[in-house]
Design a protein around this ligand. Sequence first.
Ligand SMILES: [Zn+2]
Ligand SMILES: [Zn+2]
Ligand SMILES: [Zn+2]
Length: 338
Amino acid sequence: MSEIRQDQATKRWVIMATERAKRPRDLAATVSTTEPEPEYSPDCPFCPGNESKTPPEVLAYREGDGPADSPGWQVRVVPNAFPALRPDGEVVVSQPHWFTSVTGVGAHEVIVESPVHNDSPATVSVEHIGLVLQAAAERFMALQQDRRLCYVALFRNNGLAAGSSLTHPHTQIIATPIAPTSVRLEIEAARQHYDDRIHCVYCETIQNELDAGQRIVLETDAFVVLEPFASRWPFETWLIPKQHAAVLTPGDASPVEPLARALRTTLNALYHALGDPAYNLVLHEAPLRDSCEDYYHWHIEILPRLATAAGFELGTGIWINSVLPEESAEYLRDFVSA
Ligand SMILES: [Zn+2]
Ligand SMILES: [Zn+2]
Ligand SMILES: [Zn+2]
């Protein structure tokens, strides 16, 4: 008989379809091998020399003193050429009678992670991931000053199946004048848990999962990486800081190196275990100026796209997962090299 598990943090239900279970190794084998990408692609707007094919950069780290929008950068942040939201104008909420809408004010930026077209965060140096995180932190700090904005989303789409149209390694930032519903639901569930038990549900998750041991992929001084008990997808992987905080604030208060190291190790394990899988990586943290410090706890969710969400998942919000997280964690641990 299959088992229906509930995620303590969100109350979301997942059917562990053990009768149609696949072994983790079978999934790795079904991952298609695509043509390897070159180190440089002349038509790619993110490759060095093509800086004029993107909007002017908002931030770049260069080793020398080269001018803006010229080669020589290691990490470069540019506005998205086809932005979902734009940074000019006022936020106007319109609610005539019934039809609620808000003007599309915000920001949509791309962090080009490397000048090398075929680099991967799974294989670059920890120092280089630190540089990308530093760029993200700088942009977060800049966008947070904007009182019109309510949330800054950081996400990475890896591979076509995860919605990425450009293979050059990049991460995106979308800042919105509204708070995302999925984060709101997590925060509300975390608040209820805190009201009931006076503890943060994510801190308790870390403790209980470390005690259980079965679903832990990696433990470092600062982070726990695990396959959640009610994983929606095969190899769903969460990276949770041990230090309770509602938002990620890299910088002096919280150095980027421990996060860069944990992230690099995790992505490297997924890369080798599953053959560079398509995945979405998202940062979940408290909305700007939100007072949920006591009970919300930032984390990173990595959702490999080894299965497809279909009618039942989309229509009910109940997920069916054919791989037990205990098994995927055990499989992944073999690929963790510190
Ligand atoms: Zn490129
Ligand atoms: Zn916590
Ligand atoms: Zn989350």
